[in-house]
Write a protein of this length. Sequence first.
Lengths: 277, 178
Amino acid sequence: MKHTLRSFFSFCLLLSLTLVQAQETTPVKNDPKSTKTDQMIPEAPLPLVEISPEIIKNDSIPVKTDRYGIRVGLDLFKLTRALYDENYKGIEFVGDYRLTKKYFLAAEIGNENKTTDDDRLNFTTKGSYLKAGFDYNAYENWLDMENIISIGMRYGFSTFNQQLNNYRIYNANPYFGEVPVIPSGKKFDGLSASWIEVVAGVKAKVFNNVFVGFSLRLNRLVTNKEPENFSNLYIPGFNRTYDGSFGVGFNYTVTYFVPIYKKKVKPVAVAKKAEKK
Amino acid sequence: MKKIILLVFTLALSLSSCEKDDICDANTPTTPRLVISFYDFLNPSVLKNVTNLKVVGEGMTDGIVFNAATGDAKYLTNGSTISIPLKTVGTSTSYSFTLNSGNTNPALVNVDNIKFDYTTQELFVSRACGYKTIFTLDPINPYTHTDAAVADEKWIEYISVEKSNLENENETHIKIFF
């Protein structure tokens, strides 16, 4: 728990640093030509220069383009957790594809092997999962920025098995003494679960095509194939289950954007004004 | 932007802080005890209170605590119903039932032994409670009633098994007539 918290905070710190970097704007150097004033006094009046409208055209805003493509990467939180948590092994690949200006097709695929050690139970969960859905980017980027603050949905599906390593009998009246831990080793195969996730996420471009991001997820179980005389207390991809059907998730991703094509952004506001006239 | 990040972090922290809060609720039905009710042998439909009954498990020095009194009085009961735990390891539990325990007149003190035979089954309850054991009394020999080493007349006249499946404590499993 202590380690989890410590690493969580360090992640937050790392995250905030990268975000700060992403938000940093390099000061634009003033064009030396524009500030240069002519010291020389003209001897003769300046000849009239015909100003062509073409010059004004050059002064206008360059055409903005949006890049479309696939973003692929992995979850660093799951990957690094294996370093400090000997009861955990897991990997998650993430990817999204930009459908429109605001919408992204998004998916996660992963595998987990987690041993949960509770007061009364110790069990190992192994399995794979797939989540697919969409993200909606609610962030209005300036110029050629490509940051994302998104809200999205996923449908997750997981197949897994559980192995009960040991357990304890709960006896509220331990007259004959507390019952010791009973080793089991019983395996429950062929389990599955599916759920819906609501995802809130942030992705920031740190350099070139590399993005870092994190997301928080609120999960709700839809189906859950429970083992006989045991329960799915942990589901790969869904994480820990609670008494209700809700759960939470988190990931910290590093992704690489592979551009496929560009699309010009239509200046919407200007067009509307023109129509009114 | 900053506000959103702050909100997200507080949310994450509040969620991570409520992870290990589940302890087994006392109202959750877990391993049941054996519920015994005492009836009048002469009037079998009427409950009868025992007088200073002490119940001690085999191999135990102290009796089962029945009330909050101090000293030896906490092992005594004067009610008509008792609940006694069975061993979750093994398939039999023996108890000695001492009537008029602690009485100054040794002629009134009477000890009977009952051995209960059963099979156990372990059922999953929850993450916080783990498993519980439920018992099924042996259909042929659910109990063995013997007199104590000091041979006097057995004070228990008749034992009847009301419920051989011990799944909860809401019902009487065994009726003792005396």
